[in-house]
Design a protein around this ligand. Structure first.
Ligand code: RIB
Ligand code: CA
Length: 313
């Protein structure tokens, strides 16, 4: 029996984050040790509610601790994405009254990294503020982490919140640079462009397949996803993008990845038009790689994993 993977998901829980949490909470390969909350998509308190609702939907209320993290980026003003996600769950509300842990997110991250030294995987699917705070709190934190999967950035390509920058990096670019400088043994990017825009889009036909599953999970998905789906279609993407779910799955199932390459990655901190852009240095003269970018995945297996999770109850 392959041992389960000790995992922390750091999240700005709304829509796609909820579905990523559902994978981490239900996949037999995952030992989800904590959920840590970071300022991102929608109001912080709403994100916390969304996380607890997600725990309820998959029948894991009170099973996994929710730790509250940064309510603001390190230096920048918080940039909302409520225009994209609404409240993040399409108006659905939890029944329970569970409360978050009294242990702050950065303390939980440092503690769990020590407890699972060399084995803990972190999947960061929101701005990197909490990860940067953990790096600053404990000089050994990065060395204790087996792998950091980041949903964020684009490989010298399209952004989403601006033409140049993807949201998670844009919101806290200083945090992203601290993380890239921290010396993690493995940093793997699931980028917005090209990877997610090409391989992680669920169009109307896919949403219909999910709706037809007829489970509590699929009903939750369709309702929580609707606002984001409508926004994405309105801006010219062919459906909702499930980059966060893909990020959890590549941490659990590396064979989903068909191609991955090393880059020296840096974040634009000074630019007006380019704040938060991720520069992936592809040149032969580039400094040594500090990260890899997943360039392609087995989309059929990705879709099967998502449908399989949503079909269960
Ligand atoms: O740019 C996409 C990312 O920003 C996703 O993680 C989405 O949930 C938002 O956090
Ligand atoms: Ca997210």
């Amino acid at each position: 029996m392959t041992p389960r993977i000790p995992l922390v998901i750091d999240t700005d829980t709304a829509a796609d984050d909820c579905f990523a949490l559902m994978i981490g909470l239900t996949d037999p390969r995952a030992d989800l040790r904590a959920i840590t909350m970071v300022a991102g998509n929608v109001g912080f308190e709403q994100q916390v509610e969304n996380a607890f609702l997600t725990l309820e939907v998959v029948g894991r209320r009170a099973d996994v601790a929710v730790h509250l993290g940064a309510r603001q980026p390190l230096e920048r003003e918080w940039a909302s994405a409520t225009d994209v996600h609404g409240d993040g769950v399409g108006g659905q509300r939890r029944e329970g009254t569970e409360t978050s842990s009294s242990e702050p997110a950065e303390e939980a991250l440092v503690r769990l990294a020590k407890e699972h030294a060399g084995e803990l995987k972190i999947v960061a699917i929101g701005p990197l503020t909490n990860i940067a705070l953990a790096v600053k709190r404990d000089p050994e934190f990065a060395a204790n982490i087996a792998e950091l999967v980041i949903m964020g950035g684009s490989i010298n390509a399209r952004g989403n919140i601006t033409a140049a920058a993807e949201y998670n990096i844009y919101v806290d670019p200083e945090a992203a640079q601290i993380v890239l400088d921290a010396g993690f043994r493995s940093v793997r990017f699931v980028t917005w462009d090209p990877l997610s825009l090409r391989d992680a889009v669920f169009d109307a036909a896919m949403i219909d397949r999910i709706r037809a599953l007829g489970t509590r999970r699929s009903a939750f998905f369709v309702t929580a996803n609707q606002k984001t789906f409508d926004f994405d279609v309105a801006v010219g993407v062919g459906g909702s993008i499930h980059c966060d779910s893909l990020s959890v799955l590549v941490a659990l199932e590396p064979s989903l990845v068909l191609e991955e390459n090393g880059y020296f990655v840096a974040v634009e901190l000074q630019g007006e038009l380019t704040r938060g852009a991720t520069v992936f240095d592809w040149r032969a003269v580039a400094p040594p790689a500090n990260a890899t970018a997943i360039e392609s995945i087995d989309r059929e297996r990705f879709v099967d994993a998502m449908l399989g999770m949503l079909a269960a109850d």
